[in-house]
Design a protein around this ligand. Structure first.
Ligand SMILES: Cc1cc2nc3c(=O)[nH]c(=O)nc-3n(C[C@H](O)[C@H](O)[C@H](O)COP(=O)(O)OP(=O)(O)OC[C@H]3O[C@@H](n4cnc5c(N)ncnc54)[C@H](O)[C@@H]3O)c2cc1C
Length: 258
């Protein structure tokens, strides 16, 4: 988008008719996936620094002309007939969505197979109610798995499901299974949801505890030494080295756990 196209798009978002939620549907937004019109309300530039950030792309028509804002399409099926607009959650009314999204250059004639909606995760306040073995403290016959435990994402949900299943099988066979160490991705996740999360001051747990993707911030810190012969260690190289050290440690610890 050019600057004019972007400004017209933001104006359209700001004046769009929204879906009205019932009182019981009103929930605080997860900052990781705000509706685009809420981002537009926060500031004219917010989208340009969020899902529409024009960075890391070369303009195929003229490499010297930088886009003012971009929209990413992610291919959704092998046929190439469905494309998903990345980061475009919205609660705008359906009719308005098609009208506004056709303002995006290239999408003037797009057909919309599925319109945007907000998804709401319903999840337990796991740090309070689940034990480290994913059992409900109040009724240990029950074990929880997947997104309902407060993780987010395919891999994360599957990882918690795998652990819950193996723990249940271990109990059944009289060989209880410990969770993987917290230095592994699976261990870091389960540790976060069942104990590692710290409640933010002034929040009741349910609001402070929000769905979690796996990320390097969940792993215990690791000390690394600056390589010899380097006067100044660039922070990008240091981050890369730290991540390499964390993943190497994770693989070693996962293998001995397995
Ligand atoms: C629009 C959208 C886009 C997403 N994009 C991504 C992405 O790009 N990458 C990513 O990693 N994650 C993404 N996610 C998140 C990901 O889809 C979920 O984290 C993951 O699918 C959760 O898996 P799950 O098995 O724990 O739960 P679910 O997949 O929600 O499975 C729960 C199942 O339980 C069933 N169920 C519920 N109640 C009952 C009941 N009472 N009786 C019987 N069955 C019941 C439901 O019908 C459902 O089939 C996205 C989610 C949404 C909504």
């Amino acid at each position: 988008m050019t600057q004019d196209e972007y400004n017209a798009f933001v104006d359209a978002l700001l004046s769009a008719e929204l879906h009205q939620f019932k009182d019981w549907e009103k929930v605080p937004y997860f900052d990781g996936c705000l509706p685009i019109e809420v981002m537009a309300e926060r500031g004219r530039e917010t989208l340009r620094f969020g899902p529409m950030k024009p960075v890391g792309l070369t303009n195929p028509r003229d490499p010297l002309v930088k886009a003012y804002a971009i929209v990413q399409l992610r291919q959704d099926n092998a046929l190439g007939s469905l494309w998903n607009m990345v980061g475009f959650q919205t609660k705008m009314k359906y009719g308005v969505q098609a009208e506004i999204f056709r303002m995006i250059p290239g999408l003037q004639n797009a057909q919309f197979a599925r319109l945007g909606g907000l998804h709401r995760n319903t999840f337990l306040n796991s740090p309070k109610v689940l034990g480290g073995d994913l059992r409900l403290k109040a009724d240990p016959r029950l074990r929880f798995a997947g997104q309902v435990t407060g993780v987010e994402g395919y891999v994360e949900s599957a990882a918690i499901g795998l652990m819950a299943g193996r723990m249940a099988a271990g109990d059944f066979h009289g060989k209880p299974l410990e969770a993987p160490p917290e230095t592994t991705a699976m261990g870091a996740l389960i540790n976060h949801i069942t104990g590692g999360h710290i409640e933010a001051e002034g929040y009741s747990g349910a609001r402070s505890f929000q769905p979690m993707n796996v990320n390097f911030g969940l792993f215990p810190a690791i000390a690394i030494a600056k390589p010899e012969g380097i006067a100044r260690w660039k922070s990008v190289d240091k981050t890369r080295a730290k991540r390499k050290a964390i993943t190497t440690r994770a693989l070693t610890d996962m293998m001995s756990w397995a």
